[in-house]
Write a protein that binds this ligand. Structure first.
Ligand SMILES: *Cc1c(COP(=O)(O)O)cnc(C)c1O
Length: 478
């Protein structure tokens, strides 16, 4: 049944000019180009007309239409991608952009973005250069690999390696390593997409060398290992090391078989042999290379703490082939990412400096005592900014997470400022801090409380959090 349309309501809708003459629009003046203001007013009137045609009985008032149009104009003038304050305590927060860059990396990005650069030009040879050259020797120095190439992200790296070496052939992978990384990245799917046939071996909890050995056929191109970065198999388990796989591939070759590549998708990409990575069981890239893996790939913006990238390291003959694969062109890094990656890697040349200057590493290795000092400072700022009858802020021990599908079993002791509400409530305050501030604040809700984890809060952001809370409580007074 078609709804009865209130013709009177339709007739009473204001004209575009009437909207433009409302005080709100008059106040816009020249801030918004006339065409945009006109379009916003027209859209809102059309919206009202549609709702009346769909059965709405009364027309919205001129003021209501004007206010709705102004809200949309204001949103349009705001950036969508913007800085936020991560007070959630997840260090590598994928939804919040994973790793914050080191100052030197930011400086390098700005420098390269502002003007022209040596992206594909060699000032040594006064001739065309390759964008792959900027990071390669640094990566090799830091990982002990013969050669390296960096692409868009690690998912792209996996796809490119499978496409180059296993397309139309077989790759053997353990059933215990059928990983799904967040955001629909599944090893079996990537395999299928790369036209590689996946040969699964072993059981979910146990895979032995003989399982791989028995699965080898003349069609086998690769023995693939996938690091279980976002989960751990614990209990009655067994897996095969890169070293054993490399030896197996070598024996196969000695017995007259084909070359078989041993490749590990390492995921996280730890470069330093330090705590907490050691006790969390995160192998370094160089340890995997030292075991003899032919190729290893990992992310640039997880535990490495750089920009989004996928880094592939390994034997020169294989990396040379990857550089010639058409996907290397499609998945290549842009100049800003290369600038950030090179600067981040350069910091790693001094381990002590890396732990201090790369925010992801600094946050993951900061002692609980040191975080407690920051939390205490934040608590004081908040206590000063809000009235005691509104809410109470205290410092409490909590757990931070590494995030980014890294160190899944690893609890990081931390300290949070916990806000208990007398006026208003945590849910509403959380919404306000997300939606009403120029720089949104992402805290952590826990029961009826809102928590701010001092571990992931960057210098200077504590004042912004205190100011944000103060604005929230002011809205309650008004
Ligand atoms: C994170 C991860 C990926 C995907 O890496 P991106 O850089 O996010 O594309 C692939 N494999 C493993 C094992 C991972 O942990």
């Amino acid at each position: 049944m078609t709804p009865t349309v209130n013709q009177e309501a339709l007739r009473s809708l204001p004209s575009v000019n009437e909207i433009l003459e409302t005080p709100g629009f008059a106040m816009l003046g020249d801030i918004v180009p006339h065409e945009f203001a006109l379009a916003a007013a027209r859209d809102e009137i059309n919206e009202a007309r549609r709702s009346i045609l769909a059965g709405r009985e009364t027309a919205p008032t001129t003021e209501e239409i004007s206010a709705a149009a102004l809200r949309k104009l204001r949103l349009m003038n705001q950036p969508s991608l913007k800085r936020v304050i991560n007070a959630a305590g997840v260090v590598i927060h994928t939804n919040l952009g994973r790793s914050a860059l080191a100052d030197a990396a930011v400086k390098s990005v700005v420098e390269v973005a502002k003007g022209y650069s040596t992206l594909e030009y060699s000032t040594q040879n006064l001739a065309r250069g390759s964008r792959h050259d900027h990071c390669e020797s640094l990566i090799c120095t830091l990982t002990g690999a013969e050669a390296a190439i960096a692409v868009n992200n690690n998912a792209a790296a996996v796809m490119m390696v499978l496409n180059e070496f296993a397309k139309g052939r077989e790759a053997i992978v353990s059933r215990g390593e059928q990983v799904e990384i967040g955001g629909s990245f599944r090893i079996p799917d990537i395999m299928a997409y790369s036209n590689a046939t996946m040969v699964e071996v072993g059981a979910t909890n146990k895979t032995r060398l003989v399982d791989y050995e028995r699965a080898i056929t003349p069609e086998t191109a690769m023995l693939l290992k996938v690091h279980t970065s976002n989960y751990r198999l614990i209990g009655f388990t067994e897996s095969v090391s890169n070293k054993e796989l490399r030896q197996l591939a070598a024996r196969h070759k000695e017995n007259g078989g084909q070359d078989i590549i041993v490749y590990e998708d390492l995921g996280s990409g730890v470069l330093l042999d330090v705590e907490p990575f050691r006790s969390a069981g995160e192998p370094t890239v160089s340890s995997i290379i030292a075991q003899g893996a032919d190729l290893v790939s990992f992310s640039g913006d997880k535990l490495l703490g750089g920009p989004q990238a996928g880094i592939i390291v390994g034997k020169k003959a294989y990396i040379d082939r990857l550089k010639k694969n058409p996907l290397a062109r499609a998945l290549r890094l842009d100049k800003m990412t290369l600038a950030a990656l090179e600067a981040t890697l350069r910091i790693y040349l001094d381990q002590e400096q890396a732990l201090r200057k790369i925010p992801t590493l600094a946050m993951l290795t900061e002692t609980a005592d040191s975080v407690k000092k920051k939390a205490t400072n934040l608590q004081k700022l908040i206590a000063k900014a809000i009235k005691p009858d509104m809410a109470e802020a205290t410092v409490v021990p909590e757990i931070s997470r590494a995030g980014g599908g890294a160190l899944p079993m690893f609890d990081i002791d931390t300290f949070c400022v916990q806000v208990v509400f007398t006026k208003g409530d945590a849910l509403e305050c959380d919404r306000f801090l997300n939606q009403q501030l120029a720089v949104p604040i992402i805290g952590r809700l826990k029961k009826e409380m809102l928590l701010f984890d001092a571990r992931t809060i960057l210098p200077g952001e504590d004042e912004e959090i205190a100011a944000g809370l103060s604005s929230y409580f002011k809205t309650l007074e008004a």
